[in-house]
Design a protein around this ligand. Structure first.
Ligand code: ADP
Length: 268
């Protein structure tokens, strides 16, 4: 089996990034990181600055100082329209994102906006609705769907833009076991297509089974950045970031083993 990580070409370089909503209260405190390759999970307690960080990546917020470089180009110098076609951000709350009265129109909106023809947009929208398991809901009003389904509509509408980078904020929240399995499959297939996937998560079981790389965020900075199997061995960082270990780790400890060594896999 060949590792597919090398297929990913999109790269975001973050240099000495600072951001505050209010003067004197820094929410992002001098971040340095290179985001590329395998799917990346960002974990850490509420208020740590994770959502702020991904909004900065998408240039929805302007840094106080520092820079973000997307494939060699500063995003501060890229127009919002160009960026829309390159970085997709799926919000935690789909109600922040959905505004059309028909599912298919919602999913076609982004593609049309970045210049796809009506036919292309329709084809893409249908394919993405199928991918998220909502092929039969195209004609419905998003607000007649469940919150979990609405999250999938929001996901489909971003994925339909076919951006190089896809950022998810809490995609598994509110999803049942089947929904989570679907999200996992989507993340892996985006990666296989060569896209860079970045994901904020609170579900540590999902992180452990889906992501090769994990960043532990706390207080506007990073406490750890590395392989997921090492992240869950960082007891001090996890404690500071108030992150629970995955159930598997707790079970292993309860059974009396010191630790588990996860087998290396190519993809996750
Ligand atoms: P996380 O995603 O890790 O929960 P956030 O990025 O949402 O963290 O929030 C980081 C900090 O910034 C929190 O203290 C939060 O209250 C504050 N914050 C978030 N959004 C705003 C905003 N629009 N205006 C002012 N403060 C904000």
């Amino acid at each position: 089996k060949i590792s597919l990580a090398s297929k990913t070409t999109a790269e975001l370089i973050v240099r000495n990034l600072h951001f505050s909503y209010e003067k004197g209260q820094e929410v992002i405190r001098g971040l340095n990181v290179t985001l590329s390759g395998e799917p990346i999970a960002i974990i850490g307690q509420n208020g740590a600055g994770k959502t702020t960080f991904v909004k900065l990546l998408k240039a929805l917020l302007k840094p106080d100082s520092g820079e973000i470089v997307l494939n060699g180009e500063r995003t501060s110098e890229t127009t919002a329209a160009q960026l829309a076609g390159r970085i997709g951000l799926i919000f935690q709350n789909p109600n922040d994102q959905i505004f059309k009265h028909k599912v298919i129109d919602e999913v076609m909106f982004g593609p049309l906006n970045i210049g796809q023809s009506n036919e292309e947009a329709l084809t893409n929208a249908k394919a993405m609705l199928k991918l998220v398991g909502l092929a039969d809901k195209a004609e419905e009003n998003p607000y007649d769907l469940s919150l979990a389904e609405r999250k999938m509509v929001a996901m489909a509408s971003i994925l339909a833009m076919d951006t190089d980078i896809v950022i998810f904020d809490e995609p598994t929240m509110g999803q049942d076991v089947r929904g989570k399995a679907n999200v996992k499959e989507i993340i892996h297939s985006l990666h296989e297509e060569g896209k860079l996937v970045i994901c904020i998560l609170h579900d540590m079981d999902f992180v452990a089974e889906t992501f090769g790389r994990t960043i532990i965020f706390s207080n506007g900075g990073m406490l750890f950045d590395g392989p997921t199997r090492e992240a869950f061995a960082q007891e001090e960082a996890l404690r500071l970031a108030r992150v629970e270990q995955p159930h598997i780790t707790k079970i292993v400890q309860r059974l009396g083993y010191d630790r588990i060594v996860l087998k290396e896999t190519e993809l996750v």
